[in-house]
Design a protein around this ligand. Structure first.
Ligand code: 1HN
Length: 351
């Protein structure tokens, strides 16, 4: 059977494309392969920020300007493959924030959600929803979307933490809002520990409450609890070949992830344990809370010490080897991908 055989010249095609352009039309067949790769190829690169190298610069920023002046005194962790875009992975923002003794980072709120992983200092607090929480090393802290939040440091040492925000995701949806509070600090209406007592003690209020919409009502998951749970869990079962011992931070209201756009979890890799390769479609930001370990990410290998931050781009093989008992905090857009039916993982052979 004869099939249609258009015999256009390259010049004729180009002429056609030139006439499409003024009509804001374009030929799909010229770009289809780029739109639909056979598998994801992240634009982000594997990378590690050594806290020992970043810390002196962070402290120098403390001499340069006040937290109030800066609004948030943060050194953005820029993925080397995405310069100037304020992105650690393709969809996640990360930064190192410093607050000096006596300072206040003034109250504001925004539709992007924020999380913090505490790195240094014992006397910083954050206030959310009229309640304060003291932020200690290894604590996982949440600022829900559109919740007023301010931070302060009432001790005598600098305090620093890792910030994670879903800014690139929100920017993609063009759904970002921001508002300043009419005072430096929000008014405190609840005693410290209220949220943890009501929602973080394996009990829940009789009356259904949702203080922050889709976000967990617990806004500080203390490291002390997380660490104890991981260590106890490691006693009951051998570590998973790919995950080691991993528990995710959950929303007690529905058992889902703690936040609607950013998934967070902590992995305990016991000293000497080596995980088998795994890759997933979410790009991951990780910070070592405690221990010492090697992270192999794609063709890179990073020796992580405490407070170092590393990035594993989406669909990139990763594996860990612990030199000491290691507690690795991780966050990614996995929860968003899961809701959209996009998230996948692949597990390599366990040797
Ligand atoms: C923000 O509100 C904080 O509240 C930190 O500590 C970093 C980066 C971009 C936009 C808002 C904070 C931020 C941020």
């Amino acid at each position: 059977m004869a099939t249609a055989q258009p015999n256009s010249t390259p010049e004729a095609r180009q002429d056609f494309y030139d006439r499409l352009k003024p009509q804001n039309l374009a030929p799909l067949w010229e770009v289809l392969r780029g739109l639909l790769p056979s598998e994801p190829k992240s634009k982000a690169a594997p990378h590690c920020w050594c806290y020992a190298d970043a810390r002196p610069l962070l402290m120098e920023s403390g001499e340069l300007l006040t937290a109030q002046e800066a609004e948030r005194r943060v050194l953005v962790l820029e993925n080397p493959a995405l310069p100037g875009m304020s992105r650690a992975t393709s969809t996640m923002y990360a930064g190192l924030q410093l607050i000096m003794p006596g300072e206040t980072a003034p109250a504001h709120r925004h539709s992007p959600s924020a999380l913090r992983f505490m790195l240094e200092g014992e006397a910083a607090f954050t206030a959310v929803g009229g309640e304060r929480t003291t932020m200690r090393r290894g604590d996982f802290i949440i600022t829900p979307s559109w919740a007023w939040h301010d931070h302060g440091n009432e001790g005598s040492d600098p305090c620093a933490w890792l910030d994670g925000l879903d800014l690139p995701l929100v920017a993609f949806f063009e759904a970002g809002f921001n508002e300043h509070y009419n005072d430096e600090r929000q008014s405190i209406v609840r005693p410290e520990g209220d949220a943890l007592a009501r929602f973080g003690s394996n009990m829940l209020p009789f009356k259904p409450v949702s203080r922050y919409g889709l976000t967990t009502p617990i806004f500080n998951y203390p490291f002390e609890q997380t660490r104890a749970a991981l260590v106890a869990a490691a006693k009951g079962e051998a570590p998973d070949p790919h995950e080691a011992v991993t528990l995710r931070y959950s929303n007690p209201i529905d058992g889902g992830w703690a936040m609607p756009t950013m998934a967070a979890w902590m992995t305990f890799v016991p000293a000497g344990f080596e995980t088998a390769p795994i890759r997933s479609t979410d790009g991951i930001v990780m910070a070592l809370g405690e221990g010492a370990m090697t992270a192999e990410i794609g063709d890179r290998s990073f020796d992580l010490d405490e407070s170092d931050v590393a990035v594993s781009p989406g669909w990139t093989w990763r594996r860990y080897r612990a030199r000491k008992d290691s507690f690795l905090f991780c966050f990614s857009d996995r929860v968003a991908q899961e809701k959209l039916g996009l998230w996948r993982e692949e597990r390599g052979p366990a040797s």
